[in-house]
Design a protein around this ligand. Structure first.
Ligand SMILES: O=C(O)[C@@H](CO)OP(=O)(O)O
Length: 224
């Protein structure tokens, strides 16, 4: 039996302001740090061979807090743009309630939770500097549906996480709401329609136990 644990970062400053975040690189609130420590507390005794996170600091800081609390700072960590949150395009930085008033509840729900809906696009991609400067410019999105994010997330999971699980080594992913929704969809084989109802809370470890062919033996995911 091998375990995969996925944790959404603790509350970010943008979460606290009810803003769309996506690839905006915001930090954790005090409450977010508390949630990261709480996640570690839930994972006492869990040992993992590798940590996977995004290049966004809210996830990286959460991962470091968990590693530190579990005294597993030495475990290798990979930071990859492929595990970044879904890119929210021109919605990023906007208040979610204000967009509900402007565009209606239904449109906002589609942007936030449907598999194929693409949020309004940026006129131009951001410059690919900072964490993205060694990647070819075409990786920079102007907006992503969950499907768009899924297409870049799942290949990373297959090549860098599933192979290690198949080798019997526990893995920890510390990432984002939509990144983890995409992975839940892939791992559980959830339909394009039903992924709409899947939510991921900040700092609550999602634990899967697999057999040696990566069939799910158990999971603590609460289903509606
Ligand atoms: O703003 C975001 O990037 C995400 C996660 O916080 O929000 P939503 O729940 O709307 O996908």
């Amino acid at each position: 039996m091998v375990k995969l644990v996925m944790v959404r970062h603790g509350e970010s400053t943008a979460n606290a302001l009810n803003q769309y975040t996506g690839w905006n690189n915001v930090g954790l609130t005090t409450e977010g740090r508390v949630q990261a420590h709480y996640a570690a507390k839930q994972l006492q005794g869990f040992e993992f061979e590798h940590v996977h996170t995004s290049v966004l600091k809210r996830a990286i800081i959460t991962a470091y807090i968990i590693q530190d609390d579990l005294k597993l700072n030495y475990v290798p960590i990979t930071k990859t743009w492929r595990l970044n949150e879904r890119h929210y395009g021109a919605l990023r930085g906007q208040n979610k309630d204000e967009t509900r008033r402007e565009f209606g509840e239904q449109q906002v729900h589609l942007w936030r939770r449907s598999f194929y809906s693409v949020p309004p696009k940026l006129a131009h991609p951001d410059p690919n500097d900072g964490p993205y400067k060694y990647f070819e410019p075409r990786i920079m999105p102007v907006a992503e549906s969950l499907f768009g994010a899924y297409k870049r997330i799942v290949p990373y999971y297959v090549d860098h996480v599933a192979n290690r699980l198949l080798d019997g080594k526990n893995q920890l992913i510390v990432a984002h709401g939509s990144t983890i929704r995409a992975l839940i969809k892939y791992i559980e084989g959830i339909s394009d329609q039903d992924i709409d109802g899947v939510e991921v809370a900040n700092g609550m470890p999602l634990i899967y136990e697999f057999d040696d062919r990566l069939n799910i033996i158990s999971s603590n995911r609460q289903k509606k």
